[in-house]
Design a protein around this ligand. Structure first.
Ligand SMILES: C[S@@+](CC[C@H](N)C(=O)[O-])C[C@H]1O[C@@H](n2cnc3c(N)ncnc32)[C@H](O)[C@@H]1O
Length: 219
């Protein structure tokens, strides 16, 4: 794992604390169903035999990054929490995916990963308590997406009852699209609310909404 030398921010303390407190015997998170549904849609992601590169922002323990790497993608996964990245690197080693996955430690409010020709940049539930300019981060990082490539942002459109973030006023997907303000080189391919059953602690379940935005970089 490579790490930038940023000062310890309250955002970092919060997330390190959450990942350290996790029960090590709890199952590792799988990929987000909203994300896999998009990636399995051939109208958005046509099959190819070539190498594809993806950048994940705020990857956490990396269920999505591992899922993509297992499908042949070269994935760079970024998070503010060293604990989460250590867990992800261990999972990649255990599953034989370490050669397809790199982790980078960044507080994205302070520094961004090195630009590369990404076929996909994505952020799934990049929510945090700190007041960071997430739109600007997403806009800047998406500048290095290749023509024909995608930016995917999946946000909570409702709060699960067990969530640390209880919010009654989630922005709509249309508001999310507008706030990204990507410019004329980008088109909205998906901009919608999608419902799913979320699995919580102790076997709890709840219907929740995901706000899904997929932007295509015009070829
Ligand atoms: C709600 S979790 C989502 C994690 C993962 N993407 C998922 O879907 O399970 C939010 C993630 O954002 C990361 N994060 C919060 N603030 C960040 C920042 N300033 N820079 C980089 N990562 C950050 C946290 O460490 C955490 O892993």
């Amino acid at each position: 794992m490579e790490s930038e030398t940023a000062p310890l921010s309250s955002d970092r303390e919060f997330w390190e604390g959450r990942y350290r407190e996790e029960d090590p015997s709890s199952p590792s998170p799988g990929p987000s169903p909203a994300f896999t549904a998009l990636m399995e849609d051939p109208t958005l992601v046509p099959p190819t035999t070539g190498t594809r590169r993806a950048l994940e922002l705020a990857c956490g323990r990396g269920g999505d990054a591992l899922w993509l790497a297992a499908r042949g993608w070269r994935v760079t996964a970024v998070d503010i929490s060293e604990q989460a990245l250590t867990t992800l690197n261990e999972r990649a080693r255990r599953t034989g995916l370490a050669d397809r996955l790199r982790t980078r430690h960044h507080d994205l409010a302070l520094s961004l990963p090195e630009p590369k020709a990404w076929d996909l940049v994505y952020a799934n539930y990049f929510h945090t308590l700190a007041d960071i300019d997430r739109d600007t981060i997403l806009r800047q990082v998406s500048e290095s997406v290749t023509e024909g490539g995608l930016l995917i942002v999946i946000d909570h459109g409702s709060s699960a009852p067990w969530s640390w973030e209880q919010c009654q006023d989630h922005p709509t997907p249309e508001e999310l699209w507008r706030s990204l303000d990507l410019g004329g080189d980008w088109s909205p391919l998906v901009c919608e609310r999608r419902s799913r059953t979320a699995q919580g602690p102790e076997g709890r379940t709840a219907r929740v909404i995901d706000n899904v935005v997929v932007a295509g970089h015009n070829a």
